[in-house]
Write a protein that binds this ligand. Structure first.
Ligand code: NDP
Length: 396
């Protein structure tokens, strides 16, 4: 039977890699592409939709609809726009759905898709961070499956094939350290968005690249690990590994460590999720370990990367603290990219917002509804705006 496929965020970095793999594996001759969705890059979305003969193309932005319509005129591809259209795209029956919208905007389509019992390939880490328990409960209730696409979680998932979680002692998530791993800590306050937007090993979207420099990305991954694999925070470790060749390791109770080694190319994790439970040829470089010679590791310093400490606090608190953490981080990142605040101020702002809201709103309440998650997300963004309005020029 032909596999029915939908890709949310097809014009992004993960989305493009997904489209690349779908095309290499036969494209429209092999797959029924149900829907492709993007944001402002409607020209690329239209190109993809034509090439893969998608039934539907959706832009997240109503003001982009006319352009999308024009770009797809005569193609037979249906077009739509706006958050509601995105959610409705998730209702169209599909066997495999890639969730690769960036930010909390990815949560609603992913949740909707799970209610149809689909397989959700989850790149959108914000979904697990903001609403992990709800996401997993929904998947279970509707017989859906979530396959991790973040490279670290795909690595852990692969290391666990044939294993039982009761045999797992710890999970080690590796981190490249991002753009500033070797900078003097005192210099970080003056780092610019351009400097933070260049990753030493991975080619990714700008937001996740900056999040790698601040380690907010790793912080999110630690929370994802706790949620997805159901392991206590104290048994999740972070290890700086500048080469980004080992993506994660699982330590077992007998002392063995299983490490997943591969090139820093997201097409591995995406391809694994696409073809799971099979493995197929993937267009990723084969490592020559003799040539590489050595792999390096160092501890992850929570003074340099306070986001890691905040992630531990969020994991301990649970409840809605993940939604607040993510939304505050997204808003602080916007402010940094707009040059309203400095690089190190991002973590301070997130911490202030977590403190304020945990005093006022009982963040420990269990995550049971999407509405509550979205409300917390909204509250946290408002708090960031307040904190920034009150900031003196020196603090910024
Ligand atoms: P990009 O910024 O490259 O792409 C994001 C995609 O989402 C684009 O298709 C974009 O459209 C679309 N988009 C942007 N804003 C909205 C919105 N408000 N509503 C709906 N769609 C929107 O991101 P990445 O591909 O880098 O990351 C996607 C997700 O995957 C993130 O959650 C990230 O953390 C995660 N991830 C990414 C990795 C990577 O290697 N890039 C690795 C692991 C996880 P357009 O571009 O047309 O405006």
């Amino acid at each position: 039977m032909r596999k029915r496929i939908t890709v949310f965020g097809s014009t992004g970095s993960i989305g493009e890699n997904t489209v690349d793999l779908l095309t290499r594996q036969g494209g429209a001759e092999v797959y029924d592409v149900v829907a492709l969705t993007g944001g402002r890059n409607v020209a690329r979305l239209a190109e993809q939709a034509r090439a893969l003969q998608a039934d539907l193309a959706v832009t997240a932005y109503p003001e982009c609809l006319d352009d999308l319509q024009a770009a797809l005129a005569g193609s037979g591809v249906e077009v739509a726009a706006g958050p509601q259209a995105l959610a409705e795209a998730a209702d169209r029956p599909a066997d495999w759905i890639m969730s690769a919208i960036v930010g909390a905007a990815g949560l609603v389509p992913g949740m909707r898709a799970l209610k149809h019992g689909t397989t959700l390939a989850l790149a959108n880490k914000e979904s697990l961070v903001t609403a992990g328990p709800l996401l997993l409960a929904t998947a279970e209730r509707f017989g859906a499956r979530i396959l991790p696409v973040d490279s670290e979680h795909s690595a852990v998932f692969q290391a666990l094939v044939g294993e039982d979680m009761s045999a797992v002692e710890r999970i080690i998530i590796t981190a490249s350290g991002g753009a500033f791993r070797d900078w003097p800590i005192e210099a970080l306050a003056n780092a610019t968005p351009e400097q933070a937007s260049s990753h030493p090993n991975w080619a990714m979207g700008q937001r996740i690249t900056v999040d790698s420099a601040s380690m907010f990305n790793k912080a999110m991954e630690l929370i994802e690990t706790k949620e997805y694999f159901g392991i206590e925070p104290g048994r999740i470790e972070t290890l700086v590994h500048p080469e980004s060749l080992i993506h994660a390791m699982v330590g077992f109770r007998d002392g063995a460590i299983m490490a997943h080694v591969g090139p820093p190319d997201m097409r591995h994790a995406i391809g694994y999720a696409l073809n799971w439970p099979d493995r197929r040829d993937l267009p990723v470089a084969r490592l020559d370990l003799a040539q590489i010679g050595q792999l390096n590791f160092r501890p992850a310093c929570e003074v340099r990367w306070p986001a890691l400490r905040l992630a531990r606090e969020v994991m301990e608190t649970g409840g809605h603290s993940g939604a607040v953490f993510n939304a505050a981080k997204e808003a602080a990142l916007d402010a940094f990219l707009a040059r309203q605040i400095g690089f190190t101020r991002m973590a301070e702002v997130v911490e202030e917002v977590l403190d304020r809201l945990s005093r006022e709103n009982g963040l420990r309440n269990a995550v049971t509804s999407l509405e509550n998650v979205l409300e917390m997300d909204h509250l946290a963004r408002e708090e960031v705006a307040q904190v920034l309005r009150a900031d003196s020029p020196q603090k910024r």
